[in-house]
Design a binder for this molecule. Sequence first.
Ligand SMILES: [Zn+2]
Ligand SMILES: [Zn+2]
Length: 353
Amino acid sequence: MLWRVQRMTRIQWMMMGALAWSAGASGSACSTGDDDGTSPAENETQTPDDEMGGDDDASSTPSPSPDPGDDDTSGGTPSGDDDDDTGTGERTLENCQTSIADDVPDFFRELFHCLEITLDGGSVLFHTVDLPPHRSYYYGEGDPNYEPFDYSRGSQYRPNPNEIVEQDITVMLPLNPISRGLTITGDLVDGMAGTSEYEYHGAPGGIALDGVALFHGFAAPGDDLNEEKYTFDAYNAHPAEQGNYHYHTWSKGPLEALAYSGYTTSTEPGVASVEIYGIMCDGTVVLGCTEADGSEPPTSLDAQGGHVSNIVSEDETVWFSNRYHTHVCEGGREFTPEIQYYKDCGVPMEPPQ
Ligand SMILES: [Zn+2]
Ligand SMILES: [Zn+2]
């Protein structure tokens, strides 16, 4: 039942010089709360204000999103953007707020939307309100982004009781990840929480191209993602108990962001010319049925759909050299990774002994 979101009051995150991400507790995984009535363990962490370095870094113009600093911990309501072109207040890739510093590597600068990204020494810092720039049943009736639940996928599909709530999430990942030297076999990848010291801990485990949280590929202890997946909306995502919306698998959401950046025309998982979904907190990139340049992945992948190779764009820019990444693709690995290939996920994270 445990998952954590980094909620920080008074975040002032653009000012972070030294930072900050006090990693949430361990054992976190997705729980969508449709199994019992107990409330999730609260274990929110806060960023100490005195860690906010005042150094004038090279970050781009801050564009403060709806002030996350207010001491309103009620969760708030999804902020209806009122500056959209349609006048409906619907949140879209066009009107969501994106602020990415000039010194952030191209992969992040070119592909990510609806969030803030800065560099902090050897780390990339993401901050998101985690409101998807697309429609979802989970926005709730009456919201401009609401759409009815898609029951056409089969009788086993039914929504969970949660609704999307604006978040205040910081994810941090190393610019130059250090391998743990693991060979990821079926023994390590079992779809269960709490079975390996090398599992991802904490939530979210990463960030998707459309600014939505990316969770690792297993549910909370006692829950089964293969059951919970039937609560996914039409974008293959759902909110956990505290309203934090997230992906565990392929989705047209990140592909719409990729199309918005001009890297694919189709946004259908499985058939898009390029499928890139996001990146995990340790630097593991999550791709779909293609490599980042649209070529075919090798047939020999590890137990969570992963391998190491250069990650290259269609125009042959090397985004990452010798980078471990996983492929989520129908017929192959269904979920995001569960074993953390690289040592550090955010800082500080409790390292396995
Ligand atoms: Zn989940
Ligand atoms: Zn690959």
